[in-house]
Design a protein around this ligand. Structure first.
Ligand code: IMP
Ligand code: MG
Length: 182
């Protein structure tokens, strides 16, 4: 997809992300200590890098499943209408569930997904998000664990895309347009 010309300015280094994941994993491990029924649910596609690093730090018996919800299309703004594009493969009734998401922005996506998952009666459900843009919130939602709070900037990297690109960057960067518009 053609977009306006832009550059990416690093916001959070790969090293900072790795250090924060160790802290998050330690807290998650404590919270779920002793369970043998934990299932980590990653929201595709943005969380795939985060979830890969997080589960390897968990040191707990875990299953991993994925769900794909869409609210952004190819643009930079939430459509507010959340669709489930790919559902979980497994059942979560009676299970301990850790939902892993890349970013909470308006909150519509997570709100919709958590409502859906809760209706399936998990024993327990906690949420870990890598990034939170609290100033953008429109739906009241709070993750159990948040990696970093960030300002209202459009970010990419570490799994997160702009028009499907830049997911492979090892760091989180913000998109800065270099043309004169806006
Ligand atoms: P929400 O429904 O507005 O909370 O949007 C959350 C979803 O929008 C996340 O799962 C991301 O995939 C996407 N998103 C939000 N902010 C950004 C961003 O800065 N860059 C890329 N994707 C974003
Ligand atoms: Mg997403």
């Amino acid at each position: 997809m053609a977009t306006r010309p832009y550059v990416i300015d690093q916001m959070i280094s790969a090293k900072s992300i790795a250090a924060r994941i160790e802290e998050l994993a330690a807290e998650i491990r404590t919270r779920f200590a002793g369970t043998d029924k934990l299932i980590v649910v990653g929201l595709l596609r943005g969380s795939f890098v985060f979830i890969a690093d997080l589960v390897r730090e968990l040191d707990l018996p875990v299953e991993v499943d994925f769900l794909e919800a869409s609210s952004y299309g190819d643009g930079m703004r939430s459509s507010r209408e959340v669709r489930i594009l790919k559902d979980l493969r497994g059942e979560i009734a009676g299970r301990d569930v850790l939902v892993v998401e890349d970013i909470v922005d308006t909150g519509f996506t997570l709100h919709h997904v958590l409502h859906l998952l809760r209706s399936r009666n998990p024993a327990r459900m906690e949420v870990c998000v890598l990034l939170d843009k609290p100033t953008r919130r429109e739906v009241d939602i709070k993750a159990t664990w948040t990696g970093f709070e960030i300002p209202d900037e459009f970010v990419v990297g570490y799994g997160i895309d702009f028009a499907q690109r830049n997911r492979n960057l090892p760091f989180i960067g913000k998109v800065r347009f270099t043309d004169t518009g806006e």
